[in-house]
Design a protein around this ligand. Structure first.
Ligand SMILES: Cc1cc2nc3c(=O)[nH]c(=O)nc-3n(C[C@H](O)[C@H](O)[C@H](O)COP(=O)(O)O)c2cc1C
Length: 210
């Protein structure tokens, strides 16, 4: 992609997630697939086993999609441990103005997943990141609708999935996989818009100066 004759690189997107039993990991792969479809260079990072290379991936990403299984109505302890280990980056503003979004999965149809998404959004805000919503109308909400609808659980803030607690990782509902793929696709497009926008505003005269 070019703008004013210059190459605009494909956005670098990271998917940073915690999954205890593999369900959220399946959804992380769906987010990654959607972002790749939209032209991003994507890496997935399991936040409970961070390496130096993983930190480099997050530090150099244009955008990070955060994901956590919902445990006890919130992000998992492993995700929160990761969040707390970013404290120095938070103080220094290392992730300022990166793009962010979030997803979660739980055993209950609700399971208090919204609280997890709120925690992810607050975490991103503490890093001065820009939050991208799911961008889908609620599915499965009228008499002709079905549980196979995109966004079948009706979230707006991010993507939410429900997986039976005794399901294998590949037993995640196909509609939830598609919904997370949508989030990844939308996230990559918005992140690219940020990159292009920055290149334009860097070249444009500041309105404050005029
Ligand atoms: C410690 C613990 C707490 C949980 N708390 C919730 C909860 O608050 N709400 C819910 O609906 N499911 C809850 N679950 C079920 C998980 O969200 C569900 O099994 C999910 O699919 C696990 O995702 P994962 O395989 O990515 O770890 C909990 C599971 C565990 C192990």
């Amino acid at each position: 992609m070019t703008h004013n004759g210059s190459d605009i690189a494909a956005p670098a997107v990271a998917v940073a997630y915690h999954s205890g039993f593999g369900h959220t990991a399946t959804l992380a792969e769906a987010v990654a697939a959607g972002a790749r479809e939209a032209g991003a260079v994507v890496a997935t990072v399991a936040v409970d086993r961070m390496t130096d290379a993983d930190w480099d991936v997050l530090d150099s990403a244009d955008g990070i999609v955060f994901g956590s299984a919902t445990y006890m109505g919130n992000v998992s302890a492993a995700f929160q441990g990761f969040a707390e280990s970013t404290g120095r980056r938070c103080f220094t503003g290392a992730w300022r103005d990166k793009v962010a979004a979030g997803f979660t999965n739980s055993g209950g149809k609700s399971g208090d997943k919204l609280n997890t998404l709120v925690s992810l959004a607050v975490f991103a805000a503490q890093h001065h990141m820009h939050w991208v919503s799911l961008g889908l109308p609620p599915g499965w909400n009228h008499s002709k609708a079905s549980e196979n609808d995109l966004n079948r659980l009706g979230f707006f803030l991010g993507a939410g999935a429900q997986t039976d607690v005794d399901a294998d990782p590949d037993g995640v509902h196909a509609a939830d996989v598609a919904t997370h793929r949508h989030l990844g696709h939308r996230f990559a497009l918005v992140t690219r818009q940020f990159i292009v926008g920055r290149s334009v505003t860097a070249a444009a005269p500041s309105p404050a100066a005029s």
